[in-house]
Write a new protein. Structure first.
Lengths: 326, 658
């Protein structure tokens, strides 16, 4: 078994080397803009191993039928052979004319699976048995006639930063598995992979004493985290019970609610190496968001925040993802 | 990637394999069918309950047992019978271990092979159609292995439709390849004679009662096309075998090759018929011919007693042309050796019949008078029935004086015995009588159930004369045919059903004539009619390759068609606009990707175009903009008018853009 795997590994490495050296030979395409249309110039066909075996079988059947002078058997063999031949064209129609309209990536941290959404337009006919292989991942899908559809392939991503899915293969052995038709696509597309978060998540750092915006004037213990209503406040922030008790409208204060404002400082994590710091900061960004605490991210060249919410989180993660290597 | 078969795929696979095995049921031994009938449902049931493939320690002994059984039963594993038994067994065993897509594909490919081998045992039209249906199922099972079906709600229907569509698409090419495929002159291995199972049919031995199985066999025996007028029903006696020897129990043929050929002469030129017979395989050498054949077709000889004997057994449908005399004189002189043999009777059998014949003689009757006396006896009190009682040791006595019920064999046997006992040379002739005339297609269909036995007596000066004692008892048997005579016998299908089956026989005939018998000779003949004389295998292969190329081109055009259609997507207005842009581009004004119609119109002002063309183009653009953006649903006639204007637009060619 390990020998088989070693052989497969060797084959993959030889192919990879060949692609680097002889891009024309292996049809390594330069990245191309969307939409990508699959036409006859980029669809390749070869019989599968099963198809080759089937051809041998057909030949044996032909010999047998001719040897015994058995015409019905000969007709059956011819019919089977012709149907097998017709299957190439049915397979081509499953692939030909398909258009890749758009490409969109979901969020992923390094080490996770990155969901890649490919929007296909199938055209006037339905297509079944399509498969998309990208990196080590493969997904099978069918497209109903006339309606655009998203296909999701989950890719393992190992490193933070810009990620190029690179060359993908759209292939099918529809309808009988006798022929494999494929097309390479190399869309000009890259997406950001967030850094991995430290696991298990470390506790959030204590507030460093600089308490955000401090307590409002006149607010008592009881009022901690509450302030008077201002017309611009969202109604969902109104603390109804407290308002009843105090005969005035009070709202929960986002700043207050988080208690002390967090500062997530790259420079403060001096005991760790570069990537470990990034992992910890990532974990903290996520934890702060989960705890609904405002945070400020301080990185060597920039500072983000203070802030809270999706936009802030994404900005922090993006900055972390794009930190240059140490 | 998980490629384990899901329940639906496995169910379809099991159905396809089971249907394939079912096509072999006719000849598989019970020691194989019974375990298969247990193992396959068991496997389907256990898999549905989640258990994995049958383990190797069960499968391997089963495989070994299968091999051992085949070898002990057949002696080897090669050849048609043992090969197909082994193939069926291996296919069933393959299903036991099939768990993944790859296994399923191998199993289905092998099933196609096993399916083809079923045609080595039977080739009738109905069976071939059944095989074709199983083929659809096989391809559907193969198609169902695809990961993502288009119509998840009804995957079976989609798979079946796809399989049938593929076969239908391949049919023209398959038919052409069938016609052009060079046939082998001689088999590469084995003997093609092996590929027809022993048939029921006329035998070289006739004992009263033995023919009854044949008489209820409705399968076609042969078909006849006449060159001239069709002989009337009472003259349609097809002579196959002459039986000389009686041992008290059965009539047999014995040896006749030393005798000189009996002289046969037609009574006149109009008393002869030319016709062509297509005989279904019999695995015997007799070729039935109208009484009495005047010559032998190629690859056959005429025996002394005027029956046709082929050089080899008839193992494929065989076609031969014969000329027969319907009114004839046969052997006016009877050599002593034949005469003695035509009078011989075993001692110690049927004393009462001998006594009856002696009494007739003593009454002073001549030969013709004895014949008439015997026929009168049958006519008086005998009954024609297929449901004849069993006879004892003295079969003729039992029949004549006891049961008095029987069919042609009984009458022919008793009659010839009586004649010989009375000193008249006589012999039994078996063959077929009657047949069903298919007026629409102009051929005579003779079934096994038309098998018949009659007598020939030799009369001084007139030679061998045909006497049919059955006709004396049941004139309908000869006048109207076997079906009419047997109509009350209980087993016969009702009249309209017979009629229907007879009418449907033309399809069987087409199949036999067009497909089964399409050999190298017919192939040559067919090509000759297209002006290709003497095509050798090389030419055929060349023609086949050319044909394949043409088929590829057509299929490629079909596959690409969708692509062209999609390029011209959108409604009629879009298409007219696209055509307009294309024409403008040819005139040197190519529209730019980010350019709207009005921008284009503005740019036209600076383009090097003749004024007439420019104003026409501008008018067209205005019209398009009005239609596209000015109205919700542009009127079809206005779009048509626009398209017509685009067609009529006169633009100069290849003007360089400024």
């Amino acid at each position: 078994m390990s020998a088989v795997r070693a052989a497969a590994d060797l084959r993959r490495r030889v192919l990879a080397a060949a692609e680097r050296r002889l891009p024309a030979l292996t049809r390594l395409k330069r990245a191309e803009p969307l939409p990508i249309r699959f036409d006859r110039r980029r669809i390749y066909v070869l019989p599968t191993r099963f198809g080759l075996g089937f051809a041998v079988l057909l030949f044996v059947m032909l010999l047998g039928a001719l040897n015994y002078g058995n015409n019905p058997a000969l007709l059956l063999t011819c019919l089977l052979g012709a149907a097998a031949g017709a299957s190439v064209f049915a397979g081509f129609r499953a692939l030909g004319g398909l258009i890749l309209l758009r490409l969109r990536a979901g969020e992923a941290h390094a080490g996770d699976m990155l969901p890649l959404h490919l929007g296909f337009a199938p055209g006037a006919r339905g297509r079944a048995g399509l498969r998309l292989r990208c990196g080590g991942a493969e997904t099978a899908f069918a497209l109903a006639a006339g309606s655009e559809a998203d296909v999701v392939v989950a890719l393992p991503v190992a490193q933070r930063g810009w990620f190029r899915p690179g060359r993908m293969q759209l292939w099918t052995d529809y309808p009988l598995g006798l022929f494999r038709l494929w097309s390479w696509l190399h869309p000009a597309f890259e997406c950001l992979v967030y850094p991995a978060a430290e696991s298990p998540p470390p506790p959030l750092p204590d507030g460093d004493g600089r308490v955000g915006e401090q307590l409002g004037a006149g607010a008592s213990e009881e009022h901690s985290g509450l302030r008077e209503y201002r017309p611009s406040d969202a109604s969902r922030l109104i603390a109804w019970k407290a308002s009843v008790r105090h005969d005035q409208l009070l709202v929960r204060d986002a700043e207050r609610r988080s208690g002390t404002a967090l500062t997530l400082d790259y420079a403060a994590l001096s005991g760790l190496d570069h990537e470990a710091r990034i992992r910890r900061l990532t974990a903290w960004v996520l934890a702060a968001e989960a705890a609904q605490r405002s945070s400020t991210l301080r990185l060597p060249a920039q500072s983000i925040g203070p802030g809270l919410g999706g936009t802030h989180r994404r900005a922090c993660l993006r900055a972390l993802a794009l930190l240059p290597d140490a | 990637m998980n490629d384990r078969l899901d329940d639906r795929q496995f169910a379809l696979l099991t159905a396809a394999v089971a249907a394939t095995l079912a096509t072999h049921l006719g000849h598989l031994p019970a020691w194989l069918t019974l375990p298969m009938a247990v193992l396959l449902p068991l496997r389907a049931w256990t898999r549905q309950r989640g258990s994995a493939a049958v383990r190797a320690w069960i499968r391997l002994p089963l495989t070994a047992a299968l091999l051992a059984l085949v070898v002990t039963n057949f002696g080897n594993v090669f050849g048609r019978e043992p090969g197909s038994v082994l193939g069926c067994g291996l296919l069933a065993l393959k299903l036991l271990e099939t768990e993944r897509i790859r296994d399923a594909r191998v199993a289905l490919g092998f099933a196609a092979f096993v399916l083809m081998s079923a045609l080595l045992f039977a080739q009738s039209l109905a069976f071939s159609l059944a095989i074709c249906a199983v083929l659809v199922l096989l391809l559907a099972a193969l198609a169902a292995l695809q990961p993502a079906p288009l119509d998840p709600g009804r995957p079976l229907r989609a798979s079946l439709r796809l399989a049938a569509g593929l076969l239908a698409a391949g049919l023209p090419l398959a038919a052409a390849a069938f016609v052009l495929m060079p046939r082998l002159g001689s088999p590469l291995w084995g003997s093609p004679g092996n590929d027809v199972a022993a048939r029921t049919g006329l035998g070289e031995r006739m004992a009263p009662g033995e023919l009854s199985q044949l008489l209820i066999d409705d399968t076609p025996a042969f078909r006849v096309v006449f060159d001239g007028p069709v002989p009337p029903q009472p003259q349609r006696y097809f002579r196959a075998i002459v039986l000389w020897d009686f041992d008290g129990a059965a009539w047999t043929r014995g040896l006749t090759y030393r005798y000189p050929l009996e002289d046969a002469r037609a009574a006149g030129p109009r008393a002869a018929a030319d016709y062509t017979v297509t005989l279904e395989p019999t695995d015997r050498r007799w070729l039935p011919a109208l009484d009495v054949p005047l010559g032998a077709p190629p690859e056959a000889r005429l025996a002394a007693d005027r029956v046709l004997i082929a050089f080899g057994k008839v193992v494929q449908p065989r076609r031969y042309a014969v000329r027969s005399a319907l009114d004839y004189t046969l052997a006016p002189e009877l050599p002593p050796a034949q005469r003695a043999r035509a009078l011989a009777l075993p001692d110690g059998f049927n004393p009462r019949a001998r006594a009856l014949a002696g009494r007739w003689r003593s009454e002073g009757r001549d030969d013709a008078g004895v014949v008439q006396a015997a026929l009168a006896l049958f006519r008086a009190s005998f009954t024609y029935t297929l449901d004849a009682p069993l006879l004892g040791r003295d079969s003729v006595d039992d029949f004549l004086f006891g049961t008095q019920r029987g069919f042609c064999e009984h009458y022919a046997s008793a009659f010839v015995f009586l004649m010989r006992a009375a000193g008249i040379p006589a012999r039994v002739v078996t063959g077929y009588q009657g047949g069903w005339w298919n007026a629409g297609d102009g051929y005579l269909l003779v079934r096994q159930s038309d098998a018949h036995a009659w007598a020939e007596v030799w009369i001084e000066g007139r030679g061998w004369r045909r006497v049919d004692p059955t006709a004396a008892v049941s004139p309908a048997r000869v006048e109207l045919g076997a079906s009419a005579a047997n109509a009350d016998a209980g087993w016969a299908p009702s009249g309209w059903m017979r009629e229907l089956r007879n009418r449907l026989d033309f399809a069987n005939r087409l199949w036999t004539e067009g497909i089964i018998r399409f050999d190298a000779l017919r192939q040559k003949g067919m090509l000759a009619s297209f002006g290709v004389a003497d095509a050798n295998p090389g030419d055929l292969l060349l023609a086949l390759s050319v044909l394949l190329g043409v088929a590829m081109l057509i299929a490629t055009a079909w596959a690409l068609r969708g692509g062209f259609a999609e390029r011209a997507a959108g409604d009629a207005l879009d298409r007219a606009w696209a055509r307009f842009l294309a024409r403008l581009a040819r005139a040197g004004v190519a529209s730019r990707p980010a350019e709207g119609p009005l921008d284009l119109r503005r740019r036209l002002g600076t383009a090097a175009l003749p004024d007439a063309a420019r104003s026409a183009a501008e008018a067209l653009i205005d019209e398009y903009v009005g239609l596209r953006y000015g109205t919700g649903e542009p009127a079809a006639e206005r779009i048509a008018a626009l398209a017509a204007r685009v067609r009529k637009l006169r633009l100069p060619r290849r003007v360089k853009a400024p």
